[in-house]
Design a protein around this ligand. Structure first.
Ligand code: NAD
Length: 248
């Protein structure tokens, strides 16, 4: 079987749903061995079981803002594959929307904790595992959002967390180049997933009127870009931010 990530071991967070789940499917289609990681363990296991060559894949529990669960997930991965993953995709993310004047401190903190600190903790743990073993040719792909570039009504916490992810990524790309690990960001626009299902129809129509292609994106349209960045096809792309918005 040929494939652009053939034989690579890939760790994907947020794998139980939406973009993370589609990323697992595309990576597996392209020949990767996939660790589907999510705080929803049942969902992570379902994703892993849905992939071609089921036994090549693994579903694990991870809570990206809890270091112990990340360490545990890394250990389970090394146990099965005898090496840490060289592809790491940070898809786990949440929203807790409210207007800034009304947003609770708890909702502000939770979004920063999962989206920004969670991405940091995953990168630190998994990149250290690669560096310690001298494994080169790694690729880390972080999911930010177009909202992290321009802001959005009711999403100051989310926008700040995603802007943070973009610059965290650029900094990592500068630090990790010498270790042979690339680090890039994908900035999706509005994509059809459970996260955007809750947007009221009136707001959806308004958003669509700002998208040149005239519709929300599909998860596969983001996952294909993630897979490309995970592969050696993108070997000279490092510290980049790629918008997948249909033109906004
Ligand atoms: P989704 O809600 O469908 O999936 C998110 C997944 O992350 C879920 O399976 C959830 O269980 C998991 N998750 C949440 N918190 C976690 C934690 N602490 N630890 C581990 N797993 C956790 O969302 P989606 O739309 O597929 O979003 C995926 C990523 O893409 C997110 O980072 C999101 O911010 C980003 N994004 C989405 C859109 C969009 O329009 N859907 C646009 C831009 C960016």
């Amino acid at each position: 079987m040929a494939g652009i990530v053939l034989g690579k071991v890939a760790f994907v967070t947020g794998a139980a749903s939406g973009i993370g789940k589609a990323t697992c499917q595309i990576l597996a289609r392209e020949g990767a061995k996939v660790i589907a990681a999510d705080r929803n363990l049942i969902g992570a296991k379902e994703t892993a079981a849905s992939l071609k060559n089921q036994n090549d894949h693994l579903g694990v529990l991870v809570n990206v803002n809890e270091k112990e669960t990340i360490q545990d997930a890394l250990e389970k991965t090394v146990e099965k594959y005898r090496e840490p993953p060289s592809v790491i995709v940070n898809c786990a993310g949440i929203t807790r929307d409210n207007f800034l004047l009304k947003l609770s401190e708890a909702d502000f903190n939770e979004v920063i904790d999962v989206n920004l600190k969670g991405t940091f903790l995953i990168i630190q743990t998994f990149a250290n595992a690669l560096v310690d073993r001298g494994i080169r040719n790694g690729s880390i792909v972080n999911i930010s959002s177009i909202v992290g570039k321009y802001g959005n009504l009711g999403q100051c916490n989310y926008a700040a967390s995603k802007a943070g992810v973009e610059l965290l990524t650029k900094t990592a790309s500068k630090e990790f180049g010498k270790f042979g690990i690339r680090c890039n960001t994908v900035l999706p626009g509005f994509i059809k997933t459970p996260m955007t299902e809750i947007i009221p129809d009136k707001v959806k129509s308004k958003v669509i009127s700002t998208i040149s292609i005239g519709r929300f994106g599909n998860v596969e349209e983001v996952a294909e870009v993630i897979c490309f960045l995970s592969s050696d096809k993108s070997s000279f792309i490092n510290g980049a931010s790629i918008e997948v918005t249909g033109g906004m």
